[in-house]
Design a protein around this ligand. Structure first.
Ligand SMILES: [Mg+2]
Length: 385
């Protein structure tokens, strides 16, 4: 089998204005990559990076990576990963080249699954579990007078949908954030999990202030408290707070994660597979994390393609450390407006329905590869590039 074409397609639609600590946005985008072969198999991957970043990634996929891979055997994923990485090493060991490479690598795994007739979870040696708990995140920042009440209402609605855990955004200033967290904690059942995501809004001292308040509120994790580059800050927070500190969605490759993990900068690592280098490289990062007994709870943002892939990867992940009642990784799931959740696959994953019917849990689609069929014609109405 040979690779004959690699094509990137970017989609977008308007949405109500919302944000996280770094930006407001009014558009949702989705970047899918198709790898075609001479035997008719077509693999699909997803590329992390919204808006104009997606346009840059498209150029890297089609104009830089595609020429390196045309005519190659798509099954040789290790060889191809290193061929691309080595060719681009001098031009970017983090960031967009890795995001672009991630989508191509994921599509190659989709092809390998289709070629062998195996769902990704089985291709990886699983399943280690048949389903995973889903945490439905919402509570994006909004320009509203009474955000505390509005966050509390939204959190209660997420609980009502059957989610056993949720996550909120913060980053509006330490004092305001503590009030927001308290409002959400009070609005949901005591047994419901709650993560808090600052998207690296803080310097160490402010993160300590917010984290110390979280220690009194039974918060399950404090996500990206400080800038990704501030390893010492991360490490000091891990040592000082009772609340687990998580991070890693802005890190790339095994070499980037090596420094985070070996220095025990995170209590929970959150790799973004559509950005860090794809599934091939994620397996290295997972091994590194588990070698150091650090739980791995994948970051997941994007369309149903990324959600399906993440479900397979989480169900293929071994227990850490193992036992009758192991702590298991959860699926991150964006509960805010997205047409790419319901309209892009021929058979949508229906995570909301699964959560409702399956006690807060979801299963991967057990068809070969990622187990998804993109409806390329239906997607066309959202095409921007
Ligand atoms: Mg995050």
């Amino acid at each position: 089998m040979k690779i004959t074409k690699i094509e990137s397609r970017i989609y977008g639609h308007d949405m109500p204005k919302m944000g996280y600590s770094q930006a407001w946005f009014t558009r949702r985008s989705c970047h899918l990559v198709r790898v075609e072969t001479d035997e008719g198999l077509v693999g699909v991957g997803e590329c992390f990076g919204a808006g104009n970043v997606a346009l840059g990634n498209k150029a890297i996929v089609e104009q830089v990576i595609q020429p390196l891979l045309l005519g190659e055997d798509p099954i040789a994923r290790q060889y191809l990963w290193h061929k691309v990485y080595n060719a681009l090493r001098d031009h970017g060991q983090k960031g967009m080249p890795l995001q672009a490479q991630s989508a191509v690598d994921i599509a190659l795994w989709d092809i390998a699954g289709q070629a062998t007739g195996l769902p990704l979870v089985k291709l990886l040696g699983g399943p280690c579990r048949d389903d995973v708990t889903v945490y439905g995140y919402g509570m994006m920042l909004r320009e509203e007078e009474d955000l505390e009440s509005s966050f509390a209402e939204e959190a209660a609605a997420i609980a009502e949908m059957g989610f056993k855990c949720t996550k909120m955004k913060i980053g509006m200033g330490p004092k305001k954030d503590v009030k927001l967290i308290q409002a959400v904690r009070n609005a949901i059942p005591d047994e419901m999990g709650l993560g808090v995501d600052a998207n690296h809004a803080y310097v160490f001292k402010d993160a300590m202030y917010v984290g110390a308040a979280m220690d009194e509120m039974e918060i399950d994790w404090f996500e990206e408290p400080v800038a990704n580059e501030d390893h010492q800050g991360y490490r000091d927070l891990c040592q000082s707070l009772k609340t687990p500190v998580s991070g890693g969605e802005a890190e790339f490759t095994r070499w980037g994660f090596r420094d985070l993990i070996e220095n025990r900068c995170v209590d929970i690592v959150q790799p973004e597979v559509c950005g860090l280098g794809g599934i091939t490289e994620y397996l290295n990062v997972l091994a590194l994390a588990h070698t150091h007994f650090i739980p791995c709870m994948n970051h997941c943002w994007g369309s149903d393609v990324s959600v399906a892939m993440t479900l397979h990867l989480l169900c293929a992940q071994q227990d850490l450390p193992g036992g009758l009642f192991p702590q298991t990784p959860m699926l991150e799931f964006d509960s805010t407006v997205s047409h790419f959740r319901d309209e892009i696959l021929e058979e949508p994953l229906d995570i909301f329905g699964q959560v409702k019917r399956q006690d807060g849990k979801a299963k991967p689609p057990m068809r070969p590869g990622l187990g998804v069929t993109v409806n390329w014609d239906a997607a066309e109405r959202y095409r921007v590039a």
